[in-house]
Design a protein around this ligand. Structure first.
Ligand SMILES: [Zn+2]
Ligand SMILES: [Zn+2]
Length: 466
């Protein structure tokens, strides 16, 4: 069966389709799921490249989450040991390993299905094809659609340099455009007639930079100019556009910070005699951790152990390990690792992580956001990482694209599939763990109800530069 899935991962690597454009990738995954006995519905939650594959019936309902979108500016030849883009193709590549992610989650679902079949057990298995993780907030729309609500436990994973159970929370994030409208005029001849949209952008950014002093340390705001008003200094620009990411540790905090940034935008418009349109783009919820699910995943990881590699594979990994400096690797080791010094030793002696990295459970909010966060508000959710790549360069690098079709990468998704399937079966055998995970989630929400950050009128879309 793994030959079919290795081929699927390689096929998706080759398509390298970006968020909401993953037609061929989704089709290839759906075919494999159908061949393995799943019934598939496509286009769920208003997303043409999303799908839901179902097998079985009754309790429990265990869902596996797939991703399969690629990144722009990540074009790279497989197995090359230097940055070597493929010529005459588009600029996309699987720099985050989502070709493995989707395939590994499908493998988990098939292994779990086989186990239920062998033992003549009932239970519902769902595989959610979740598009547009890198940009697009696919899982936020999925969470908003209500389709996750009958799921008891959601399991997923992410390709990595490490073998570990993911812990720690992530930030809520709102992505928004501020488009200023002014009046153009000759900047020397009649400046008094002009109202500069660029001035408004600059004053808004200055205002936000003063706001930073009055934000918590768990908050971040960053911006980019999408339209700085043109190239001519002697024309007062009438149009200018900023894109902002506004992040905080929880959804209510993020909404509150968003309102403060909006007030600054309106203030900048007032100061410059311009007007501002506030165009909501995307929203991601913070992650609610599940210690219960993490414990079950850790138990499966210990039981099955991390992947093992041949001499040839270790030599292959060494090529990529050599592209990073050791200090950089040590500085970015998993922060919740129980035995950090042992891991540092391993970095000295192995080009790839061959041990299971035990982590201490954490609810700390780490800087950065993921759309898994939205799912975690509704369903107890757990994630693992497996080593699919050498020590060294992390996600969104040419090194990850280059290693993406190697036997190491294949072993990584297979190991993830085995561990997730084993954890799913543990929940099947122990419904009290499902009840415990649900109670933990209820307590961690402190009475807050999931409210997607994305307003109802915003539908799934490819984020465009305006
Ligand atoms: Zn990524
Ligand atoms: Zn990713």
């Amino acid at each position: 069966m793994t030959e079919q899935l290795d081929a699927l991962a390689d096929e998706i690597w080759g398509y390298a389709e970006t968020g909401f454009l993953e037609e061929k990738s989704a089709h290839a995954m759906i075919e494999v799921l159908k061949q393995n006995g799943f019934t598939v519905e496509t286009g769920i939650a208003d997303m043409p490249t999303a799908y839901l594959a179902v097998y079985g019936s009754g309790s429990p309902v265990i869902s596996f989450l797939c991703e399969y979108d690629a990144l722009y500016s990540m074009n790279q030849k497989a197995d090359a040991d230097r940055h070597d883009p493929i010529t005459s193709s588009d600029d996309t590549g699987h720099g985050c390993g989502h070709h493995l992610l989707g395939t590994g989650s499908i493998y988990a679902a098939i292994l779990y299905k086989n186990k239920l079949q062998e033992q003549h057990l009932s239970g519902t298995i769902k595989v959610f094809g979740c598009p547009a993780e890198e940009s697009g907030s696919g899982k936020a729309y999925l969470a908003r659609s209500g389709l996750m609500e009958d799921t008891d436990i959601a399991l997923t994973w992410h390709p990595s340099n490490y073998n570990q159970v993911v812990t720690g929370s992530s930030q809520s994030c709102i992505s928004v455009f501020y488009r200023f409208h002014g009046v153009s005029s000759h900047a020397a001849g009649c400046p008094e007639l002009g109202r500069s949209a660029l001035d408004a952008c600059e004053l808004m950014n200055v205002g936000v930079n003063y706001l930073r002093e009055h934000m918590t340390s768990l908050e971040r705001v960053h911006y980019a100019y999408l339209n700085a008003g043109g190239k001519a200094p002697n024309v007062i620009p009438s149009e200018a556009v900023l894109k902002y990411f506004i992040r905080s540790d929880t959804n209510p905090h993020c909404m509150s910070l968003y309102k403060r940034v909006n007030a600054i935008a309106e203030g900048a418009a007032m100061m410059t005699g311009t007007s501002v349109e506030i165009l909501f783009d995307e929203g991601l919820s913070n992650t609610v951790t599940s210690n219960t699910v993490e414990q079950v995943l850790a138990q499966s990881f210990r039981r099955l152990g991390p992947g093992t590699f041949t001499e040839e594979e270790l030599a292959y990994a060494q090529k990529y390990r050599n592209t990073a400096d050791e200090k950089q690797i040590i500085d970015t080791l998993p922060q919740f690792a129980v035995n950090r010094s042992q891991l540092e030793e391993e970095v000295h002696h192995s080009p790839i992580n061959i041990s299971f990295v035990e982590n201490t459970h954490s609810d700390l909010c780490e800087m950065g956001s993921t759309d898994v966060g939205d799912i975690s508000w509704i369903v107890p959710t757990g994630q693992i990482n497996t080593a699919c790549y050498s020590f060294g360069a992390g996600a969104h690098t040419w090194q990850w694209v280059a290693q993406g079709k190697s036997s190491i990468a294949h072993k990584g998704y297979q190991k993830a599939g085995e561990i997730l399937a084993d954890a799913a079966f543990t929940f099947h055998e122990h419904p009290e763990l499902i009840a415990q995970a649900k109670e933990e989630l209820r307590q961690k929400l402190h009475g807050e109800v999931y409210k997607c950050l994305i307003p109802d009128e915003i539908k799934p879309h490819v984020s465009t530069v305006e």
